[in-house]
Design a protein around this ligand. Structure first.
Ligand code: ATP
Ligand code: MG
Length: 571
């Protein structure tokens, strides 16, 4: 496989070697190393909040952070940004660790936690108070927000802005000791209420929260905001490059302001923003994904239609294909949306190389070969994977009573239909040529069975007289078939850009995105397919064995390369 495919790659992996990769973040790091910044060290982190499961957008950030560190001989850690006990849960934290391991990455120093820095962050807050750079505000959240002003108008200073250092210290200690109710007071930085960047207008550093934190229990009743925790956590760990998505661009002056006003243990980390990943026909926001689960539109976070890593895993997407896709998409500074067909083409390409071929009939129609010796069974040899010379062959039982796909037969075929029809001959893959001699009709008028004759001289796949049927069908021996179920999936959202132009994304939810087929028939060799393994059902697509339910398969992707068609249409 060395041809250039529809993604423009010259080899089957599609990856340029890491050291050759180039984008604005890698250029920046190269420059830093050349300049001796950070003493030539590179350290990154992936900082999820444990309030949901990871999705493929997170995978892009994971690949970027871990790959970057590896390429430059640096390190990358997983840091759980567990600063809000209201929504964070230990089971989300465990799932995040598991999903990162599934992608094949390992946190350099084990899992790190922002909550481990609560003590240091608290000390730094007192340091700001002592420097006259932070104050306790008694106004409620709504007032604070209202008085922040707007782009055109400066904010209104809090009446508590000029409290003495001593009073601020006393009140902040009381906040931390649990003397006040949630919402009664906050600690704010004292920066500039007229700053052109609204985030610099005395941002909140600490809120009172009387919650049980999954790691620190009831020790704390003040919790740091994202802005107050993030840069300082980076600094404590020795992160050099703090890479985040574009919505944090406006937070960068604040990130730098905090670090500039504290006694840091080392260099000041540098924040760099890149565009988040968006994919057509889905949503990549934890809030919306949670809504899909909570309102019962999907079966759970691991529903195979979900763009979560758990959903994609259950669907059969190989982690290597997800990583190749993320690397191919690369990092940019401008937001955009990537076609889901591109992701699927990476999945298909990987599965084409690695998956075993099997025969399965999803909508079975019985086929009787009238001239096949009754009671006889022969074993037919079939290739396991034509892309993999080491995958070998298997024996498929063939006899006079088979199932074929209902779609592969028509009583009155239109002109473009080349498959089985009365009087017509087709090839059965790894079997013989058969010719339809008649049908048995059920009481309701539907076709109950197709009758055929077979040509015993076509067992090699060729006829001695050289005649060639126009179609080759897959089939399964009725007596040897394994019964199973298959689920087909369509797009989760009908619109390519759900929620565009202010619409409610849920308006384009596609209720027909799942179709259960309960009478599937699998060839006998399917008994060897492990839970989670993906196979190619001949002519139908790639299907993943459910990790829990035996003989239950999820369609991963179809066989047709939709991405190539999109590319062609665009010229
Ligand atoms: P939400 O979905 O509510 O916006 P979040 O995705 O930002 O939340 P975090 O747990 O804070 O949730 O994300 C962890 C990291 O993953 C952050 O650094 C964030 O920038 C990055 N990230 C999140 N979504 C994407 C995305 N779609 N593309 C690239 N990176 C992302
Ligand atoms: Mg976030």
């Amino acid at each position: 496989m060395s041809s250039v495919d529809s993604m423009g790659f010259a080899d089957s992996r599609g990856l340029s070697r890491p050291s050759e990769r180039s984008d604005f973040i890698r250029s920046l790091v190269r420059q830093e190393i050349a300049d001796g910044t950070f003493a030539k060290r590179v350290q990154t982190r992936f900082p999820p909040e444990p309030n949901g499961y990871l999705h493929i957008g997170h995978a892009k950030s994971i690949c970027l952070n871990f790959d970057l560190a590896a390429e430059f001989g640096g390190i990358c850690n997983l840091r759980l940004d567990d600063t809000n006990p209201e929504t964070e849960r230990a089971h989300f934290a465990a799932a995040i660790e598991e999903d990162i391991a599934w992608l094949g990455y390992e946190s350099h120093s084990g899992t790190l936690y922002a909550s481990d820095y609560f003590g240091q962050l608290y000390e730094w807050a007192e340091q700001l108070i002592n420097a006259g750079l932070a104050y306790v505000d008694d106004q409620d959240a709504a007032t604070i927000s209202k008085n922040r002003g707007s782009f055109s108008e400066p904010g209104i200073s809090s009446p508590f802005r000029d409290r003495s250092v001593a009073e601020n210290l006393t009140l902040f200690r009381q906040m931390a000791a649990g003397d006040f109710a949630a919402g009664e007071r906050v600690l704010r930085a004292r920066i500039d209420m007229a700053h052109e960047n609204m985030l610099m207008r005395d941002p909140v550093l600490y809120r009172i929260r009387h919650y049980d934190h999954h790691r620190t229990g009831t020790k704390w009743c003040v919790y740091p905001t994202y802005d107050w925790a993030h840069g300082q956590s980076d600094a404590i760990e020795g992160v050099t490059n703090s890479i985040c998505t574009l919505e944090f661009d406006a937070h960068r002056p604040l990130y730098d302001w905090f670090l500039d006003h504290l006694d840091l243990p080392g260099d000041r980390p540098r924040q760099t923003e890149f565009a988040r990943l968006n994919i057509t026909h889905t949503v990549l926001s934890k809030r919306l994904l949670m809504q899909l689960v909570d309102e019962g539109h999907v079966e759970g976070w691991d529903d195979p239609r979900m763009p979560t890593l758990r959903g994609l895993r259950r669907r059969g997407f190989p982690p290597s294909a997800i990583k190749d896709f993320c690397r191919h998409v690369g990092v940019a500074r401008v937001d955009g949306t990537v076609e889901v067909e591109l992701l699927e083409s990476f999945v298909r390409r990987e599965l084409n190389r690695t998956s075993l071929r099997r025969m399965a009939v999803l909508n079975p129609l019985p086929l009787l070969i009238e001239n096949y010796p009754s009671g006889q069974v022969e074993m037919r040899e079939a290739v396991n994977n034509p892309e993999d010379p080491f995958a070998g062959t298997r024996q498929v039982p063939f006899d006079g009573e088979l199932f074929i796909e209902r779609d592969d037969f028509m009583l009155e075929p239109p002109s473009k239909f080349y498959r089985l029809a009365p009087g017509r001959e087709v090839r059965l893959r790894s079997g013989y040529f058969v010719t339809c001699t008649g049908v048995d009709t059920a009481a309701d008028g539907t076709i109950a069975r197709v009758r055929c004759s077979y040509d015993p001289d076509t067992g090699s796949g060729q006829a001695p007289d050289g005649r060639r049927p126009k179609a080759t069908l897959h089939w399964v021996s009725a007596k040897h078939a394994i019964d199973g179920q298959v689920v087909l999936y369509e797009r989760l959202f009908a619109d390519s850009h759900p929620g565009a132009d202010g619409a409610d994304p849920m308006d384009s939810f596609n209720p027909a995105s799942v179709q259960h087929l309960e009478n599937a028939k699998f060839e006998a060799a399917m008994a060897d397919i492990a839970p989670g393994q993906v196979v190619q059902f001949e002519r139908l697509g790639y299907f993943a064995h459910d990790p829990i339910t035996t003989n239950f398969f999820h369609r991963t992707v179809g066989l047709r390369d939709e991405w190539a068609r999109i590319q062609k249409r665009r010229g």
